[in-house]
Design a protein around this ligand. Structure first.
Ligand SMILES: [Mg+2]
Length: 207
């Protein structure tokens, strides 16, 4: 098993990984296991964070302003506690928009792979119920047995992890796929996917 592909020639690497996924899937008798992160992969948490912040402070921050940074780095320190409060709000994780095409592509992937949802929900323990309700609403085809609320993702035993957080990909023992997000634009060393159509191409081409 390989962990990552160098980013020197991202298109070439993406093709190599695609070929590897297809050939391995054909040869193997058991289905490959894919873990999928929630925030910033399935759910647009940054959009909701921006919406709440701009509404409260009459701001006009956009995703472009967050390129290469975390939200906490672009707002004054006196607002940091408010950002934390948004995450702890009862409804925050239930209000998130679903990433375009994620339900359709994930439903199709489930026909060929064993899909687990893996969220580092321990970062905000009060989010469990809202996250679970959100999954039930948009991804009712994911059984509860295949939802993992965890902390450190090194605990996951899977072939692939799709995640926007390079720290979690580093801890993961399988092949990491980096989902593009404003904060991770400088990260190299992983195959990067920018949307769910690219995930579809990567995992479902030739299926
Ligand atoms: Mg995430």
């Amino acid at each position: 098993m390989f962990k990552a592909f160098p980013e020197a020639h991202p298109q070439t690497c993406r093709r190599e990984l695609q070929t590897h996924i297809r050939d391995n899937g054909t040869m193997s008798t058991s289905r490959k296991r894919i873990c999928v992160d929630m925030d910033e992969v399935m759910a647009d948490a940054v959009a909701e964070h921006l919406l709440r912040y701009n509404r409260e402070f009459n701001g006009n921050l956009t995703k472009e302003d967050l390129r290469g940074k975390r939200f906490w780095q672009v707002v004054p320190e006196r607002h940091h506690a408010v950002l934390d409060d948004y995450l702890r709000a009862e409804d925050f994780f239930e209000d998130l928009d679903v990433m375009p095409d994620a339900p359709r592509v994930l439903a199709e992937m489930q026909r060929h792979y064993e899909i687990f949802i893996a969220s580092a929900a321990m970062e905000v323990p009060s989010s469990f119920n809202a996250k679970y309700r959100w999954l039930e609403r948009y991804f009712p085809f994911i059984p509860h047995t295949h939802i993992v609320f965890c902390g450190n993702k090194s605990i996951l035993l899977a072939d692939y992890l799709i995640d926007d957080n390079p720290r979690q990909l580093e801890l993961f023992s399988g092949t990491g796929i980096l989902y593009d997000a404003p904060h991770n634009e400088a990260i190299t060393g992983y195959t990067r996917v920018r949307n769910w159509q690219e995930i579809e191409t990567l995992f479902l081409s030739g299926k």
